[in-house]
Design a protein. Structure first.
Length: 103
């Protein structure tokens, strides 16, 4: 399912209005996907579509100082790590949209 940016924004605000932005919900989704993949119920293309939907949603709120594609690519890498279930993601400070370290 690929949504236009306008439809993605509408979905973003609808989900926010319902209150589904909680970390507990996100963690539950990640764990559910890991369990379904491990049980061979969810295949890799389906998992990629789920991660794409999440990356699209997160990209709606991309900071203006970074390119949308760079932001989305970094989110996708982190989602790959989260959904892998084994690798720690680390601090958001490592991302280009996080706080920049002093030179």
């Amino acid at each position: 399912m690929t949504l236009s940016m306008e439809k993605q924004k509408r979905l973003h605000f609808d989900v926010m209005n319902v209150g589904l932005r909680a970390q507990a919900t996100a963690i539950g989704l990640v764990q559910l996907c890991i369990e379904l993949r491990n049980a061979n119920v969810l295949d890799e293309p389906a998992l990629e579509r789920i991660k794409d939907a999440i990356a699209n949603e997160v990209s709606v709120a991309a900071p203006r100082r970074t390119s949308l594609q760079t932001y989305r690519d970094e989110i996708k890498v982190r989602l790959d790590q989260l959904f892998g279930g084994e690798q720690q993601v680390g601090s958001a400070e490592a991302l280009s949209f996080g706080a920049q370290p002093d030179p």
